[in-house]
Design a protein around this ligand. Structure first.
Ligand code: AMP
Length: 419
């Protein structure tokens, strides 16, 4: 063998049964999007870096240090692999004039995102997000409905009892600056106790200090002033209404006044879905309102709200608490020689046209060998097309679980299978 290669750190090969969990997770979310009549968009994984700088914010961890960026040899400037979906969707919304007519537009996109983070359990450099954006409504009912949809996904997967919805309001450009000042004053009083990261954040993006996971920082963060106490009247009314509508929709939530999101574009509603089943990678999804983003990226003033589900973490959670049905045939067709094969292929074709998962042995070795393979395939039945049986107009059907075997007409075999 020649030189062998390994995959790049932080990137994954997803194989075998793992893909069954992925398919289940993706099929289920697509079914929900269909039910809510949300249109799919398929967008490039590469954008001008500026889309993310301006969209996500230049002082966020993502833009400061996590993007895979390369020179654009043709046009100058740089290009980056998308670290999240919203900025690209908004870019496409503006570029394709989708804001016309100015009604509510709803999009979803499922695909890989790229962040140069330190790889660890549940944290990859390429990961998949299921992303939804509602553009064109500032009503708090929109917030409640999109959050309700997000939670219905976890319910549908049977994960409802393992996740919790956390809700907060991060205010708006009117009320946030004065809160931010208060926060900076408070943190300046604790600068000596702060970790290095927090000191940097305090200078560049003070709200992010609230998100520090270090124990020594949590000590003074827990008593920090909170945005909820500083909301302007409009933000407060909006937040009250979001909670009221969530109640009407029977969506349970807890308020986490210290929750801030890692992206700068959020205003008002911010939310996260967390679990205690995945260790440090506890967030399985999150989102919020971003009423200024379309304008920031050069479009007409348009309110928006969206979320992203971390599909890798959904799959990890599914693997932790449930099993999916394996890919296995119901029937394994066993043949010997030309006549038997001819009849066997007819049976195989008929079964498949009936929607039944069936396989045939390609090597056609002896009975023992084929039964071994039938067993390994996980089939429930083996149908044995012996020449002398065919001459008598019957086949042998073996129930693999208990090795009991019975002769029957083909007609009766189809009846049995349909049951
Ligand atoms: P964010 O918008 O950054 O909160 O990301 C939304 C969701 O994507 C998170 O709640 C995670 O479930 C998932 N996610 C974010 N970063 C990663 C990563 N590096 N690896 C795996 N999943 C991630």
């Amino acid at each position: 063998m020649g030189q062998m290669f390994q995959r790049v750190k932080g990137f994954q090969d997803i194989l075998g049964d793992d893909c069954l969990y992925w398919q289940y997770a993706e099929d289920t979310i697509k079914a929900i999007f269909k039910q809510y009549s949300i249109s799919e968009v398929r967008l490039p994984v590469l954008e001008r870096t500026e889309v993310f700088n301006r969209g996500i914010g230049g002082t966020t961890d993502i833009v400061e240090k996590e993007m895979f960026t390369m020179d654009d040899s043709s046009g100058g400037g740089t290009l980056s692999l998308r670290p999240e979906a919203t900025a690209g969707i908004v870019r496409a919304y503006i570029e394709n004039g989708l804001y016309n007519p100015p009604i509510l537009h709803r999009f979803y996109c499922i695909g890989p995102m790229f962040r140069k983070e330190n790889p660890q359990k549940g944290r990859f450099r390429q990961f998949v997000q299921g992303d939804v954006e509602f553009l064109g409504s500032s009503s708090p009912l929109t917030d409640a409905d999109i959050i309700g949809m997000l939670m219905s996904y976890f319910d549908k997967l049977g994960l409802g009892k393992f996740v919790k919805l956390e809700l907060n309001s991060v205010g708006c450009p009117k009320c946030r600056p004065s809160y931010q000042k208060k926060l900076i004053d408070y943190f300046n009083g604790h600068a000596g106790e702060m970790c290095e990261d927090c000191n940097r954040r305090l200078e560049r993006n003070p709200l992010r200090v609230l998100d520090c996971k270090q124990q020594k920082c949590r000590e003074f963060i827990k008593n920090a002033p909170i945005m909820l106490d500083e909301l302007c009247d409009e933000c407060k009314e909006h937040f009250d209404n979001v909670q009221y509508y969530l109640g009407l929709l029977n969506v349970p939530f807890v308020i986490n006044p210290l929750m801030v999101r890692g992206l700068d574009y959020y205003v008002r509603t911010a939310f996260e879905v967390v679990t205690d089943k995945l260790g440090a990678a506890s967030a399985v999804g999150g989102g919020g309102r971003y009423d200024g983003l379309v304008e920031t990226l050069g479009g007409p003033s348009t309110p928006g709200i969206g979320f992203a589900i971390g599909m890798d973490r959904v799959v990890a959670l599914l693997k932790e608490v449930s099993t999916v049905e394996k890919l296995q045939p119901l029937v394994y067709v066993v043949t010997f020689g030309d006549k038997s094969l001819e009849e066997g292929l007819k049976v195989l074709t008929r079964l498949r046209s009936l929607g039944i998962v069936a396989e045939i042995d390609y090597a056609q070795k002896g009975l023992k060998n084929q039964m071994k393979k039938a067993d390994r395939s996980g089939a429930k039945y083996a149908i044995i097309m012996g020449e002398d049986e065919l001459a008598r107009g019957v086949v042998s059907v073996r129930t693999m679980a208990n090795s009991s075997q019975e002769e029957m007409s083909l007609e009766n075999f189809y009846k049995l299978i349909k049951e």
